[in-house]
Design a protein around this ligand. Sequence first.
Ligand SMILES: [Zn+2]
Ligand SMILES: [Zn+2]
Length: 289
Amino acid sequence: MFLRFWGTRGSIPVPGKSTLKYGGNTPCVELRTSDNQLIILDAGSGLRELGKSLVQNGGDKSIHIFISHYHWDHIQGIPFFMPLYEKGKDITFYGEGCSNKKVKEILGYQMTANYFPINLDEAGSKTKFIEIKTDSVYQIGNVKVETRRANHSSPTISYKFTEGNKKIVYMTDNELHAHDSQDDISGVKILDKYKELVEFCSDCDYLIHDSMYDEISVLNKKGWGHTGNITLAYFSILAKVKNLVLFHYNPDYCDEKIDDLLKETLSVLNSENSTINCVASKEGMCIEL
Ligand SMILES: [Zn+2]
Ligand SMILES: [Zn+2]
């Protein structure tokens, strides 16, 4: 499998000189299978650049887009995704129905007349909408896709993609919060509260996870649906992941702040004698596995 990051920011795009290193676009990750099928994880503003590159390269008749949830930062790239307007493209959206509405209705709403000049039905490509559920298994070519419920303010799905013996978990907008102070973080408490998610991520090659805040700021954001970097380090140790990828950064964090977040996460992993490789995702970063 192959991964490329097109958007790594949470909440809202933040272009500007303070975000040049990690990027300002909201979540979008390209995943390619060994037989070159294209799977896209979330459709934030990063989807726009991905779409342009797909049109330039001319390939990929068939595109699979998995949506974690419908908060604006995860769907706002769809109206600006150029392949959507190309005849001959088959674009399949996967998501969970929400508030008694189906995926098509939810995604189509942001392209109704008050919000956008072109309706989703008029886009030109052949679109399909698959209603998925949590705790389920799907198959895209050689890749098995498994789903779990994340802890977020709106129903959110985490995905695990398995091809052969390689596993990638995409778990963003997920809150891990099992303590009341920074000194109180413990693997035992995290395991007790999040055993199911630890098992879901167990032994994965790459865990791409929400690390929106540092551990001090997250303390007064209980219930917001995001995770602090130190708790995430402990969670990753429990799950025995091989590589941890920090993702979905606070829009107020400049590049230097994300550098510090990474340094601190690495130092916690180091102090626990962990061999986990941790990186901070940035736009354009590619991973081959
Ligand atoms: Zn988000
Ligand atoms: Zn969200």
